[in-house]
Design a protein around this ligand. Sequence first.
Ligand SMILES: [Zn+2]
Length: 424
Amino acid sequence: MDVDNHAEELASALGVDKQEVKEDLESLLGYSVPLDEAKQSIRRKHGDGGGGDAAQPESVTLSEITTGLSNATVTVRVLTVGTRTIQYQGDEQTIREGRFGDETGTISYTAWQDFGFEAGDSIVVGNAGVREWEGEPELNLGSSTSVAMAEETVDTDAPIGGDSDLIDLSPGDRGRSIEVQIQEVDSRTIDGRNGETEILSGVVADETARLPFTDWNPHPEIEAGASCRIEDVYVREYRGSPSINLSEFSSVTALSESVAVTDSAPRLTLGEAVDSGGLFDVEVVGNVLEVRDGSGLIERCPECGRAIQNDQCRVHGAVDGEDDLRIKAILDDGTATVTAIIGAELTEEIYGGDVAAAKEAARDAMDKEVVADTIRDELVGGGYRVRGSLSIDEYGANLTVEAFEPADDEPAERAAAVLQEVRG
Ligand SMILES: [Zn+2]
């Protein structure tokens, strides 16, 4: 832990400006004052006797904690405990994070040292710092914080322990445990903070959903087709959808019984899907309004795979483009519009021919656009059931299509959607 860390922890626990604390700490250390003594004297300066109970803030319930408080003492039930290493000012530091609950609510916490509590424990947390994290108060447990077992079990309505179904996970969750089937896994090398590192990424599934994952410290049990219990994962947001992260602290146990997985994606309207901010796996039904430019027979950069025009990649300059097929279709169901991006394999099916056939048609017509036109004739005006991954960025909502089929079995629904559209 470096000076900056100590300053941050101390400032948070005392509820004072970090820069001031850091300057004091640096100047004391500059005079060769031992670290503990230096911290103690800074606590005294800010009126905290350090160690004396008199300095403890009053006990509050979790619902009484606001970002306006600087510190608090609470009696809580530990709901989840996640362990993670973070990079802080060049140092690696192991922190614990999760949620506490009491009869009035729940709150996130970060513990800068190991206080030894586990999920299910009832504890009294004395003098925790309160900080704001994404608009919500969070407890910060540092060197000025005390943790003791509570005399009585603390009641809470919140679930204890981290066992979760995939559908219930949200970005920011920590210390969760899941039982999943590994559906896809790829190994790749990244340029990480400790040089080149191998990581695993892929897709996991259970009965409720499918989600992408990254294993930053590859576990040998993570194999395609394996069913595993994975303890202590944290959840981040990736293109608007939750993504599961395994660290060196995650434990993976192979399960002898196969985990049942869903073979369908949640079915939403386009409006609901777009409002969710992004979904890894979703099914929608809509009408193709338009097949956009850049569909049909296209060329890609052999280096990066970007679609290119006139043999010019905007990253790699002049290249010898490779032919490919794809469709960018505007899909609409009356509630919202997305661009469905259909890859080569499905495009071949829709077009009714492969790249070679498309090139031949283009040669015969002396115009590449005949391929896109054939696709337009096939798709525009039709209703389709589409499954894929929806991501939303500044350029709009893009649905990367995994499955695409006519929605003929649901004429009533489609008619309703079209009607809604006509009415505006
Ligand atoms: Zn390129």
